[in-house]
Ligand binder design. Structure first.
Ligand code: DU
Ligand code: SF4
Length: 232
């Protein structure tokens, strides 16, 4: 099993009837500005360095962003904000990303989401999160990052739940999401005890970036911290 094989598997999934219908309806109807494009309309795999020390976990593909381009965070304002920060902090080869064949290369980082299909109103149900969980679990196992940067509370809960299922010691009550939250988890079942560090960050959605709740400096700080922790 490789990261490439996982990515290929993800794109064939039809497990959630509501999300299959929504991703395909959006792809058929399109937004007027993109009417000449062929939408992806399928589950979106992770994107970037398969051996990344830093895994960035968002929420789910945007209807007219990754659900259109087929690449995580590509083609919408959330991605514009994130890729600009990844470029400033040395993780991305280009400052912006509009299509899946623009030559963007990520080094040391990989972008993924706990739910791989665009959900109505950006709100997956608990059942949909649960159905998609095994993909995130496999990705965490295969990429084996030292640091997970988690954008928003949904991804935080999903990642903690997934890690708890995979043998990581997650305290109860669960650590609380917040911007700047930093949690180190341990795994004791292995011969070599290991740790993984979770970094909380407000999501890069326009609700946060247009209002100044998340500034470019705040995101850069989280990414610089992630790089320090991943490559001490
Ligand atoms: O064909 P491939 O080497 O698996 O790369 C697929 C895709 O992932 C390509 O668009 C570049 C990107 N990528 C990356 O951003 N960083 C890496 O270290 C490896 C691949
Ligand atoms: Fe499959 Fe995940 Fe999409 Fe549900 S959200 S259909 S589990 S890829």
């Amino acid at each position: 099993p490789t990261v490439d094989a996982l990515d290929a598997l993800v794109t064939t999934c039809r497990a959630c009837p509501r999300l299959v219908a929504w991703r395909e309806q959006v792809a058929a109807e399109k937004r007027a500005a993109f009417r000449d494009e062929t939408y992806w309309g399928r589950p979106v795999p992770g994107f970037g360095d398969p051996g990344a020390g830093v895994l960035v976990v968002g929420l789910a593909p945007a209807a007219h962003g990754a659900n259109r381009t087929g690449r995580m965070f590509t083609g919408d304002r959330s991605g514009d904000f994130l890729f600009a920060a990844l470029h400033r902090t040395g993780f991305a080869s280009q400052p912006g990303s509009t299509t899946s064949d623009d030559g963007m290369v990520l080094t040391g980082v990989r972008l993924t989401a706990p739910v791989r299909c665009a959900p109505p109103a950006n709100r997956p149900t608990p059942a949909e999160r649960h159905a998609c969980g095994p993909f995130l679990a496999r990705e965490l196992d295969l990429v084996d990052p030292a640091v997970v940067v988690i954008l928003g509370g949904f991804g935080w809960q999903a990642t903690l739940a997934t890690l708890a299922e995979r043998g990581w010691q997650v305290p109860r009550p669960r650590p609380v999401f917040g911007h700047g939250a930093e949690v180190v988890l341990r795994r004791v079942d292995d011969a070599e005890p290991r740790t993984i560090t979770l970094l909380g960050c407000f999501h890069v959605s326009q609700q946060n970036t247009f209002t100044g709740r998340l500034t470019p400096e705040m995101l850069d700080d989280v990414l610089v911290r992630a790089r320090e922790l991943a490559a001490p």
